[in-house]
Design a protein around this ligand. Structure first.
Ligand code: AMP
Ligand code: FE
Ligand code: FE
Ligand code: ZN
Length: 285
């Protein structure tokens, strides 16, 4: 069984529509995929319909990747199989998602002050119906020839955390995120906790506190973790009795990772399924 528990669609900063994502996942030979768009469940209905239309066995895990910040450090929390109608989590998720618009407009304004003729109209067009984020702004910069690739916009010169054109957005406190996700019957996994190239990471002492507060797991096998980082996170997970996941963090053509590049052990997936009470995975056939 091949299981990929972290992917993005056009509902946030991926480039595959939810339907394309499901079809690509089947074509790649994956059996289970979680759709985890940033701060939104906007792709769930389309992905569900696409799975129901399949004539091969396949399972969709509904989820989201919640933007969090603690002690000034940004981090991402994967949430699986929560009840999307649960009002407390829904309210906070919408607050974070909606704040992405003025925040992206703020980054466009800063870029224009820096002499980059990017427009909000173009960024909004690139983002479409999706939760707008830095990769959309970066795509507009690539179009203008300011940077060669989306990744190249994530530097101190431009959009990296604290960079010249960076603007913070409203983000969850991760302890609130865990409480709200669990309150909605979901399962909470800390996404790419050792991704140092994205900026400062959360110290192990805080991960221990998050574990005590109900965190379920750590995403260990991820393209942004080198082997020593994975080894360290694996032993931390063992120490704190946390589940260990692996996933591609697929963003379509906006990032280099391939669907199913990293995967999660079927035993771990079964445990996530067992713990979740907010939603059931969507299965074809
Ligand atoms: P935002 O949610 O708008 O703050 O943007 C965060 C997103 O930008 C992440 O989910 C990634 O898709 C992307 N990202 C963050 N850091 C990098 C990086 N160093 N290179 C490429 N993409 C990045
Ligand atoms: Fe992203
Ligand atoms: Fe992330
Ligand atoms: Zn992600």
């Amino acid at each position: 069984m091949r299981i990929d528990l972290h992917t993005h669609s056009t509902a946030s900063d991926g480039t595959d529509t939810p339907t394309e994502l499901v079809r690509n996942a089947v074509a790649t030979g994956l059996d289970v995929v979680a759709l985890t768009d940033h701060d939104t469940v906007g792709g769930h209905d389309e992905a569900t319909a696409a799975v129901r239309a399949l004539d091969t066995p396949f399972t969709l895990v509904t989820g989201a990747e919640l933007s969090c910040r603690i002690g000034g450090v940004s981090m991402h929390m994967l949430a699986y199989l929560f009840d999307r109608a649960e009002p407390e989590l829904a309210r906070e998720r919408e607050l974070v998602r909606d704040d992405r618009v003025p925040r992206a407009q703020g980054m466009v304004a800063k870029l224009r002050e820096l002499g980059v003729p990017v427009t909000w109209e173009r960024v909004a067009e690139i983002a479409g119906d999706g939760a707008v984020g830095r990769p959309h702004v970066a795509t507009a910069m690539v179009e203008l020839g300011v940077v060669p690739t989306v990744s190249d916009a994530f530097t101190d010169e431009w959009l990296a955390n604290g960079g010249r054109a960076y603007v913070e957005k409203h983000e969850f406190d991760p302890f609130d995120a865990i409480r709200l996700v669990k309150g909605a019957g979901g399962v909470a996994v800390f996404a790419h906790p050792g991704a140092a190239k994205r900026g400062q990471t959360v110290p192990e002492s805080v991960i221990a506190e998050l574990a005590a507060a109900g965190l379920d797991g750590l995403e260990v096998d991820h393209m942004d973790h080198d082997e020593p980082t994975r080894a360290r996170l694996r032993s931390l997970a063992d120490e704190l009795d946390l589940l260990i996941t692996g996933s591609s963090d697929y963003h379509g053509s906006r990032k280099s990772c391939r669907l199913g590049e990293y995967t999660t052990d079927p035993e771990v997936y079964r445990e996530i399924f067992r713990r979740a009470t907010g939603a059931v995975p969507i299965s074809a056939i």
